[in-house]
Design a protein around this ligand. Structure first.
Ligand code: PMP
Length: 946
């Protein structure tokens, strides 16, 4: 359904797709929802989410449906606002009687009607403020009257405390006192309301209710509204309840009223209620399913007494029968002044919410200013009344059934917890709202599970697994991602309960076995594997707890998705395509946990703790982002990792592979607390060393060398270093716009270097291209160098006067590598592209690019080609990366760019190193450091078996 993404929920649609929840349900009946799969087959899904608690009778209850049909046939009015509305009255009357009975109270309730839970809660919050306002207006009058006393001229006697509060000096005049008193009292009377709510609270997503909802994501962005909500933890609640009157001083305000006593005026304290209300859910649903415990209930009731504020019981989710009662507060003994119902009250069909207000807490007049178009409509009210009557029919039979079925869930879920004490942290709930909290998997032996944890995604992935793998629908709690919420209908049968428990039990075993593959499999369209293999690593990940001397970080990414099965062996069951799909789908959230550090030692005995900070995207994905110039997100992800690395105490961060390219060789990175390097200098240095070693007995000055990717920074430096030594050079660039210009610049630079080194500075010239150019220049008239940059002028001269000789050629045609003796590959491509048939017999190829520019498969039939993967370094003590993240590396090996990062940490280098374009000098400098610490070029392999 692309239009849902286009016109309704752009980001959410992607998020749903990433966890397999992007189904379109076309039918709902009883305990089931139905969608059609790709083959058009109808799939039946056991719905344990039930509209987040709204379908206690299941979907499309036949009993309610018959009633609805009759209302439609009767043509009952829906829009008869501003009249005497009988169904609303009947519903209110019935709810009043039931509420009084259930809460064992005498007084009546007044009811306000709305359509949704949040709307109803907003109505309740408005009502409490309406009442508070009335009280404040009465106080205001009292203050005005009392102020008259001050005019009598009697002496005003103030205590030290009063002087302080009124900010008065030692001997104030009567006028000063009057003004200060008036200002103080008015400020108190104008105080903004304070709402008290509990930790984990959820009260809706409208302006004020969102501010009363604990989860930061719902309210942080609303902070400028400055709605005062205090969220109380259980401990704070107990503390406030304990402190009695002192709590009143902390949370409420007061005014000072002048009184005449024995001919003097004194000030007496009178409370101003700042706390508008205390909001509670008897079972907190969205916040992670937390039923209130006895201490909390006692605290709430006591706090209400102390503060004199109303308690609003938000029964939107827990009420209307969900916990076996009309209001769940009644069972735990909350002394509420407001009961707010919605969700299930609509019988699964209509949108309705009601606010029941105790008569003594209701301020007449509120009914004049509160209404909503759909509130009190006959249709919804009649359906709600039918629903309530159904719940209470046959001596509350359905409500009793809720409790019985709830006990079944409780027993079975607790058994499961006993079976997997390391997987399930807690089982909580009441009636038919249950939460299963999983332990955080951030330290799982599965790296994929670790990342799922970092993305707060465990509950979501489990929900996706249950839906796609077992056709069971649950959802995590929005503010508690490790909690699976279960809110079934009262008609669920035992085999259905068992079906759920068994599916959950398989997930528990998979989590226990660090088997992320099993959990993810159904999200990738795979059927559930029959065996849940154990992938725990049995102490292999034991941290080396001796401190390393230095810390270095390295940002990397996936070469291709199939490497995932190395990173997390439980992914071995997936094909390359499935892994690619996984990477693509999960790219919605790119957060990862840094990979367990490796310890790399220098020959001098000092060590570096080396941590990878991976971005879970492939070279191909980055390449396409590059092509579309859509780099903002990836750069942001790199910035996040650089900041994390700095915070974790790393002194250097290396930018691996494409991360250096998309940051303009580090230049876009927004951080100056840590040294940044692309590692390019050592990459080039080691590449050249590899080449020189492999040409031991051959004369480089007789060779034609091609540099593929010469317009890029690495290729350019290669060309600058090798060009003057070679016989002749071909600089090959891509077809990208601007490539020719860059290739020309490289060519000019090489000529300029030759000129400066051998002509201006008169260094001895050995041979090769440098010598030939110098020889030609000796004949060049001096005026040829005026008016143009040196390099360009030399190029012109050579073209005009020595066109018969070949010097440096630029090309955008890869076939021009033909006849070259040496080919240096430094192109950034997401896959191999060099045509092997164009490589000269016996040619040397130095391919430092990752992924390689020349494919291993193509090389099979060309044993004559000598291939060098020059960017690989041997560590002094054979220290290695974890085998899961070595990619093409062997034991004791590192990539040169990683080594450069480590060298800079060992040297405690300040500032950035390979940053922006590197120079030939940097190559020499970093090579010297590599020698100092004994990081050497790894053994040159004759093939690519690295
Ligand atoms: N209060 C509570 C306790 C809730 O659970 C919810 C909904 N999850 C609401 C308020 C808001 O209800 P609605 O989504 O109908 O606005």
């Amino acid at each position: 359904m692309e239009s849902y993404a286009a016109f309704c929920k752009p980001l959410l649609t992607r998020a749903l797709a990433s966890i397999g929840l992007n189904k379109t349900y076309h039918r709902a009946s009883g305990n089931f929802l139905y969608y059609k799969n790709e083959d058009g087959q109808e799939i039946e899904v056991l719905d344990l989410l039930g509209g987040y608690g709204a379908t206690l009778l299941g979907h499309n209850s036949p009993v309610i449906r018959e009633k609805i049909k009759s209302y439609l046939d009767e043509e009952i009015p829906v829009h008869n606002q501003f009249s005497i509305r009988k169904p609303a009255a009947l519903l209110a009357e019935r709810l009043n009687a039931l509420l009084k009975e259930e809460t064992a109270t005498r007084g009546d309730f007044v009811f306000c009607f709305a359509s949704t839970g949040a709307e109803s809660m907003e109505v309740a919050l408005k009502s409490v403020e309406f009442t508070r306002n009335a009280q404040l207006l009465a106080l205001e009058q009292e203050v005005a009257q009392a102020a008259n006393i001050l005019e009598h001229g009697a002496e005003i006697v103030l205590t030290q405390e009063q002087k302080q509060q009124l900010r008065l000096e030692e001997n104030p005049t009567a006028q000063e006192i009057k003004l200060a008193l008036s200002a103080f009292n008015q400020a108190q009377l104008d105080s903004k309301p304070v709402f008290l709510a509990l930790e984990h609270a959820f009260h809706g997503k409208m302006m004020v209710t969102a501010n009363c909802t604990h989860g930061g994501m719902y309210r942080d962005y609303l902070k400028r509204l400055k709605i005062n909500t205090h969220f109380l933890s259980s401990a704070q609640l107990a503390e406030f309840a304990e402190m009695g009157e002192k709590t009143n001083d902390i949370l409420n305000g007061w005014i000072w009223l002048p009184q005449e006593v024995n001919g003097q005026i004194v000030l007496s304290k009178k409370r101003v209620r700042t706390v508008a209300a205390l909001l509670v859910e008897p079972v907190q649903g969205e916040g992670g399913v937390y039923p209130l415990n006895a201490e909390q209930v006692a605290g709430i009731n006591r706090l209400k007494q102390i503060l004199g504020c109303p308690v609003i019981a938000d029964e939107v989710q827990a009420g209307s029968g969900r916990c076996g009662f009309l209001v769940a507060s009644s069972d735990v003994g909350i002394d509420a002044d407001y009961y707010v119902l919605s969700k299930a009250l609509g019988g699964g069909y209509v949108k309705i919410g009601v606010v029941a207000i105790r008569q003594e807490s209701f301020t007449p007049g509120f009914d004049l200013i509160q209404s909503s178009t759909f509130g009190e409509d006959d249709f919804s009210c009649r359906v709600a009344l039918d629903y309530i009557n159904l719940l209470h029919a046959d001596q509350r039979k359905l409500l009793t059934q809720v409790t019985q079925l709830g006990n079944e869930f409780k027993t079975r879920l607790e058994d499961l917890k006993a079976q997997y004490p390391d997987v399930i942290r807690e089982v909580r709930g009441k009636g038919l709202i249950w939460g299963v909290e999983f332990y955080d998997v951030v330290n799982s032996d599965s790296y994929i599970l670790q990342n799922i944890s970092v993305q707060s995604g465990l509950g979501y992935v489990i929900s996706g697994h249950l839906l796609c793998g077992s056709h069971i629908r649950v959802a995590p709690s929005g503010s508690a991602a490790n909690v699976i919420r279960v809110e079934p209908s009262v008609f669920l049968d035992l085999p259905q309960v068992i079906r759920f428990i068994e599916a959950l039990s398989r997930i528990c075993l998979a989590v226990h076995h660090a088997n992320a593959g099993f959990i993810v499999a159904p999200l990738l369209g795979k059927s559930l594997p029959s065996i849940i293999t154990d992938y725990r690593r049995r102490n292999e990940d034991k941290e080396d707890d001796s401190e390393a001397d230095y810390k270095a970080a390295f940002v990397n990414h996936l070469i291709s998705a199939d490497w995932l099965k190395e990173v997390d062996p439980s992914f071995a069951l997936f094909s390359d395509e499935e892994m690619a799909l996984f990477v693509e789908n999960t790219s919605f959230n790119l957060a990862t946990k840094p990979f367990k550090p490796a310890r790399i030692r220098s020959a001098n005995g000092q060590s570096v703790s080396f941590t990878l900070y991976p971005i879970p995207v492939t070279s191909k994905m980055i390449k396409s982002a590059l092509a579309q110039n859509d780099l903002e997100r990836l750069r942001h992800e790199i910035d996040i990792r650089v900041a994390q690395a700095a915070q974790a105490g790393n002194t250097v961060v290396g930018l691996g592979m494409f991360t250096s390219i998309i940051t303009n060789n580090g230049k876009s990175v927004k951080n100056n607390q840590i040294s940044v390097t692309t590692g390019n200098a050592l990459t080039v240095g080691m590449g050249i060393e590899a080449l020189q070693k492999s040409m031991l007995h051959q004369d480089i000055t007789q060779m034609r060398i091609a540099v593929i990717g010469a317009a890029g920074n690495i290729g350019r430096v290669y060309a600058e270093i090798l060009g003057p030594q070679s016989q002749e050079m071909v600089l090959v660039g891509s077809n990208n716009h601007g490539s020719v210009k860059k290739l020309n610049e490289v060519k000019y630079q090489i000529y300029q270097n030759i000129y400066e080194q051998f002509v201006v500075n008169s260094q001895p010239v050995m041979g090769g291209l440098a010598k030939r150019v110098v020889d030609c220049l000796s004949l060049m008239p001096a005026n040829f160098l005026t008016g143009k940059p040196v390099g360009e002028a030399i190029d012109h001269y050579l073209n005009q006067h020595h066109a018969d000789q070949a010097f440096i050629r630029i090309s955008q045609n890869i076939s021009d590598i033909e006849h070259c003796d040496v080919i240096v590959c430094a192109a950034n491509a997401s896959e191999a592209f060099i045509p092997v048939d164009k490589i000269k017999t016996g040619g040397i190829v130095c391919d430092i690019s990752v992924p390689h520019n020349l494919s291993d498969d193509d090389l099979i039939n060309r044993p004559d080609i000598q291939i060098l993967r020059g960017g690989i370094v041997q560590t002094p003590y054979h220290d290695s990366l974890d085998p899961r993240v070595r990619a093409y590396l062997g034991e004791g090996q590192l990539y040169a760019c990683m080594t450069e990062t480590i060298l800079l940490a060992l040297e405690q280098y300040k500032g950035n190193f390979s940053y922006g374009n590197i120079s030939a000098k940097q190559v020499l400098d970093i090579m010297a450091l590599a020698r100092k610490h004994h990081f050497t070029l790894s053994e040159i392999k004759g093939n690519s078996s690295l």
